[in-house]
Design a protein around this ligand. Structure first.
Ligand SMILES: [Zn+2]
Length: 319
């Protein structure tokens, strides 16, 4: 069953296979994109009335998840692969705790995926316990709340990035275009997976310490991977400074939202130069691993000091 549509004419051809309600959606999507010069594909989408997720019990007691949607001949129920972290949300959908939005059927390679949007109402956590998260100079990420810290060193990540960079370089030399695309996909999946793991650990840590608000540095403008930048081109993926923070931030934001934790972005300007204990501002960036305060003599790990400054929003909130 192919349901890929490229133009509204194509979409009309599918009237043989798809019921009009689904087709309307596809055509509406095309009309909305009329001004775009070209678009690759349009996937069939279903409104919440047409699409259903069902759960059946198999003979051995396990759960079989199915997606049920109409085709012109009949309504069909297709078994779907559900990851354990997704099950929680589908259970919420079945119990009525989550509201279903539209669903889209999308093919990637040989596999078909369902993109399903859900609306979940979450009670916001009460209280005032703020965790600061610093995208560190030494470590990839450091979180700090009331003297409790969580470090992600990123050492193994730098190694894997170098490995990918070397492979990419060799394939480029050989002009192996398709292999390059495959490598790019693989690296992207790896990065996404790492960002999921980091954000999950971070939110688990926040929940365990009763955090009600997370403050993050707004560094997306400064260090988000930008292929136009000279340093980026020279970097060849060697430095952690070009880790895709924007994606990581988005993951942290939605996982925090699901846990009822607020997220605020802060201005990063003085976070590495300020003493988080007495507020003294140093003129130059401290060298090495430790922040030594010239006034109150406090010595702190440089990234923890910065994370505590982020928690206090010493340079104010991001505009
Ligand atoms: Zn001080």
């Amino acid at each position: 069953m192919t349901m890929t549509t490229k133009t509204s004419k194509d979409a009309a051809k599918f009237s043989e296979k798809l019921p009009s309600c689904v087709l309307c959606h596809a055509i509406r999507d095309i009309r909305a994109k009329k001004k775009a010069k070209r678009f690759k594909r349009l996937w069939p989408s279903f409104s919440y009335q047409n699409f259903r997720v069902e759960k059946e019990l198999s003979k051995d007691g396990g759960a079989v998840w199915k997606a049920s949607f109409p085709t012109l001949e009949k309504r069909i129920g297709v078994p779907i692969v559900v990851q354990s972290y997704q099950e929680k949300y589908l259970e919420m959908l079945l119990s009525g705790q989550a509201k279903q939005g539209s669903a889209k059927l999308v093919r990637h390679g040989r596999d078909w995926y369902i993109l399903l949007s859900l609306t979940i109402s979450v009670e916001e956590k009460q209280g005032k316990k703020i965790m600061g998260v610093d995208l560190g100079l030494i470590d990839l990420l450091v979180a700090s709340v009331n003297g409790q810290t969580l470090f992600f060193s990123g050492k193994g990540l730098a190694y894997t990035r170098r490995h990918y960079a070397e492979l990419r370089h060799r394939l480029q030399k050989a002009g192996a275009y398709r292999a390059l695309v495959r490598l790019g996909d693989k690296e992207h999946r790896w990065v996404t997976d790492v960002n999921h793991k980091i954000s999950k650990a971070l939110i688990d840590f926040a929940i365990a310490h009763g955090v009600t608000k997370i403050r993050l540095e707004d560094l997306t403008g400064a260090r988000w991977t930008n292929p136009q930048r000279k340093e980026q081109r020279k970097d060849h993926g060697r430095s952690l400074h070009y880790w895709p923070y924007y994606q990581l931030r988005k993951f942290i934001e939605y996982k925090a939202a699901l846990a009822g934790i607020q997220v605020e972005l802060v201005n990063p300007d003085l976070t590495t130069l300020t003493c988080s204990r007495c507020g003294e501002v140093r003129r130059s960036r401290p060298k090495g691993r430790w922040f030594k305060c010239p006034r109150c003599k406090k010595i702190k790990h440089i990234d923890v000091n910065a994370a505590d400054n982020v928690a206090q929003a010493v340079s104010g909130l991001a505009a």
